[in-house]
Design a protein around this ligand. Sequence first.
Ligand SMILES: [Zn+2]
Ligand SMILES: [Zn+2]
Ligand SMILES: [Zn+2]
Ligand SMILES: [Zn+2]
Length: 208
Amino acid sequence: MPNCDWNRPCDCRDCREIIETHVCPSCQFPNKVSVIRNAYWEEDKKHGGGYYLFVNPKTPVKDLICYECGDPMKEVGYYTSIHEDFCKNQKERAKLIKDERYCVNCDKLEELDFDFYGRVKLTLYNQLNLCRSCLIDAVKVENPDPSNATNKFKFDPSKLIWALYRVKVTCTTCESAYWVNSDEQSWRKQCKKCYGSKRGKKTESSFP
Ligand SMILES: [Zn+2]
Ligand SMILES: [Zn+2]
Ligand SMILES: [Zn+2]
Ligand SMILES: [Zn+2]
């Protein structure tokens, strides 16, 4: 129920509307209809104030034309209108499912649903359609983090690879081990301590 009137009882159209489904016997399409209920104010004599009572209208009982196949359904009950947006959405969903345009891992539909990266895009991986999030998980399962005692890798989601980013090296001065970023490895030959204390004698450390 919408929170439209600061949680006070409300009888606006949104609060009175419910969505009902009528499955077509010919094509199984779940037709969505909107039912605008009648609202009656009930006074709460004991506690003061009151609330709205919503009642589904019973009449007129209507027929319904299936949004998908056009077959008529006789006397489905009362409804106010066909819910075009929901029906359109259901139709698109049904088509994508039929065409197998969904992630086989999480069932999200291509372009219609969202994953962590936006609208779902599918990638074929090991013959399976996967959304971006599930693709990354699958690649990681097949290619575990190769990090070890001297190399640390970080997963690059855009290239789908483990990229080297930290390396453990030995200080040329004091011979203690320390970590550097892989792209700084070529010039960081000393640990922080030695680099800091021997700033003036740079040449010394450039010899192996
Ligand atoms: Zn309302
Ligand atoms: Zn139908
Ligand atoms: Zn997925
Ligand atoms: Zn050192």
